[in-house]
Design a protein around this ligand. Structure first.
Ligand SMILES: Nc1nc2c(ncn2[C@@H]2O[C@H](COP(=O)(O)OP(=O)(O)OP(=O)(O)O)[C@@H](O)[C@H]2O)c(=O)[nH]1
Length: 599
């Protein structure tokens, strides 16, 4: 039934240099050129309908065809085509709802509607001016709101932000807290000047403008002195300096004063350094955030391409696909933040595709929004019940499409980041790094590549805590996490395995390069000087490394790395040990693992 369309030339992938006006004209022309083929397909299917018989398959196919035509006709500005297709769709739906029984009058009714559609298709070239057609007004480039308190702005947890050389002023009347926070932020690459009085802060701002201010609310002179000072600084400054309030006040009044003074974020004491860092990164990061990635799935190629074009115009990265079968493999390589999905597609419906995605652990929380001309609320609810997140009705205004996609994708990035991050270090947490290890092993197996898994454990960490106190121990852990994040490649994965143990997945690395990299990290960390109560000290760590394919499963890799780490500790610490085949799980040699999972 789709034979004509398959022969039709596919719309070219969006060319970045091509203007939106010319893209929309091209897609509209492509829709028109394919219209006769689609109508011929429909006419053949109508001719094959047997009056008085049960005809599930032909009715299903006709339904998808008219439904698609309804949505794309309206989107490309051909309202009458959309209306006629809707009437035909409703006639087919009635037959489907009566158990697939074809009333004797149905074929003639549909043939009549197809005559109308043929006539409209002929007239279509002059029917609608694309510039005035609904659905063609473009929103401006996607603008992102400043992160609100509680929002984690970094879309890619575990990836370092370039914080080097960013000067931050911190003002708190508690000198110990000011010094401690300054020390911790310093571990993450910020240059911090700490002040205990507002007068000193004002003098410093007047002589050198900082990238951000961290400001207490309550000072001895006034319980709202911090917000008052910010308001004063802002009235004197040409450009506003971002400010994060820190306070032991968690009451509404304190928060209200902070917002009124223009505070961008609010952290309550005791301060969680990672939370503070996230706000600082968001407010001072000179790099724009990662664009939102959207996968658009619609069997109507022009419509998929059109929606992708609208999203790209708004600064997102959008891939259009018309065959649902390609979605899984595409998602392996395209890190989609959201899937925009048609509801009725001939070979696999939107709800079926949603179910398939929800059965894959990695896609359980991937936002799915249907874009469909289905207006029946009950059917919309049924489609949503399989795990989709929203419903947009075709034709959709570009501005609304962009806003809905941006809102949901941003929210999911925030939630995802909170779910997968460790609170102290900002690295992936235990569950996340173990899940990433599974994915990395599956990818390495499929691609025939290698990878290394390293377990890193700080040496004599208990005595660091015992000698210098727990907060200093925390600083050591934060400094190590930063060293790992800054020095490893972007596609390597770093997580906090637990306590003072860290896990690293070095994608594509063999044992020898992995050992070289980890030895370099070990040396550079051992050179970091820590300070506590006027005393200096250094820390080291030990590493156990296992590799794929010598160890073929995530369990085998973890166990082997753990055993190698034990040897490193036994052998005197501050060293990297490589796992050998003797470190394999007793019951699971690499060979048996290869066959047990069927690969
Ligand atoms: N400061 C701090 N300490 C932690 C944290 N998580 C675990 N620890 C401490 O890390 C220490 C780990 O000590 P051990 O497992 O005995 O090992 P170790 O002292 O590092 O000695 P070796 O591993 O044998 O070199 C314990 O004292 C834990 O309380 C944390 O988040 N912060």
């Amino acid at each position: 039934m789709d034979a004509e369309r398959d022969k039709a030339p596919k719309p070219a992938a969006p060319d970045k240099a091509e203007s939106f006006q010319s893209r929309k004209a091209r897609l509209r022309a492509s829709f028109l050129s394919q219209l006769p083929g689609r109508l011929a397909d429909a006419r053949r299917a109508v001719a094959e309908l047997r009056a008085g018989e049960i005809e599930h398959a032909r009715l299903d196919a006709l339904y998808v065809l008219f439904h698609t035509l309804k949505g794309s006709g309206a989107t490309f500005g051909f309202r009458q085509i959309g209306d006629a297709a809707r009437t035909a769709e409703q006639a087919v739906r009635r037959a489907m709802d009566s158990g697939g029984h074809v009333e004797p009058t149905l074929p003639a009714e549909l043939a009549c509607l197809l005559d109308d559609l043929d006539a409209l298709a002929l007239a279509a070239d002059v029917q609608a001016d694309p510039d005035t057609a609904p659905g063609f007004e473009l929103p401006g480039p996607q603008s992102r709101p400043e992160p609100a308190p509680g929002q984690a702005p970094d879309a890619h947890p575990g990836q370092p932000a370039d914080r080097s050389q960013r000067m931050v002023y911190l003002c708190d009347d508690d000198p110990d807290l000011a010094a401690q926070l300054a020390g911790q932020l310093g571990c993450f690459g910020y240059r911090v000047r700490a002040f205990t009085t507002l007068a000193d802060l004002r003098t410093a701002v007047e002589s050198e403008r900082p990238a951000a201010i961290i400001l207490d609310i309550v000072f001895p002179e006034d319980e709202n002195a911090g917000p008052k000072m910010l308001a004063e600084l802002r009235s004197a400054e040409q450009e506003t300096i971002p400010c994060i309030f820190i306070s032991c006040r968690d009451d509404f009044e304190g928060r209200l004063q902070a917002v009124r003074a223009g505070g961008s974020a609010y952290c309550t004491k005791p301060i969680k350094t990672v939370e503070l860092l996230e706000f600082l990164d968001a407010l001072t990061n000179p790099h724009p955030p990662e664009p939102i990635n959207v996968l658009v799935v619609d069997d109507d190629r022009e419509l998929a391409q059109f929606h992708a074009t609208v999203l790209e115009e708004a600064g997102m990265v959008a891939k259009a696909v018309s065959n649902p079968e390609q979605v899984l493999s595409l998602l392996d390589t395209f890190d989609a933040d959201l899937v925009l999905m048609d509801m009725y597609m001939p070979d696999c419906s939107g709800p079926e595709l949603s179910r398939i995605l929800r059965q894959i652990p990695g896609h359980v929380s991937l936002p799915i929004i249907y874009v469909s001309s289905e207006t029946d609320v009950e059917r919309q609810h049924k489609a949503l019940a399989v795990g989709a997140d929203g419903f947009l009705t075709k034709p959709i205004e570009p501005a609304r499409l962009v806003a809905e996609v941006a809102l949901r994708a941003e929210r999911m990035r925030i939630l995802h980041s909170l779910m997968v991050r460790d609170g102290l270090t900002g690295l992936f947490n235990h569950n996340a790094i173990m899940q990433f290890l599974e994915v990395a092993v599956a990818n390495a197996r499929r691609g025939g590549t290698s990878l290394c898994f390293a377990m890193i454990d700080v040496d004599h960490f208990k005595s660091v805590n015992d000698t210098y106190g727990h907060p200093t121990g925390d600083q050591v852990l934060m400094a190590l996490s930063r060293t790992l994040r800054m020095r490893l490649r972007e596609d390597d994965l770093v997580g906090r395995y637990g306590g003072e143990e860290f896990a690293v997945v070095l994608n594509g690395a063999g044992v020898e390069p992995a050992k070289r990299i980890l030895d370099a990290l070990r040396t550079s960390f051992s050179n970091v000087t820590f300070f506590s109560d006027g005393q200096e000290f250094h820390c080291t760590f030990s590493v156990g490394v296992s590799d794929f394919p010598t160890f073929a499963t995530p369990d085998a890799l973890t166990e082997a790395a753990d055993r190698a780490l034990y040897r490193a500790k036994k052998g005197g610490r501050n060293r990297v040990e490589i796992a050998t085949e003797q470190d394999a799980l007793p019951e699971q040699s690499p060979d048996s693992a290869e066959t047990s999972d069927g690969s």
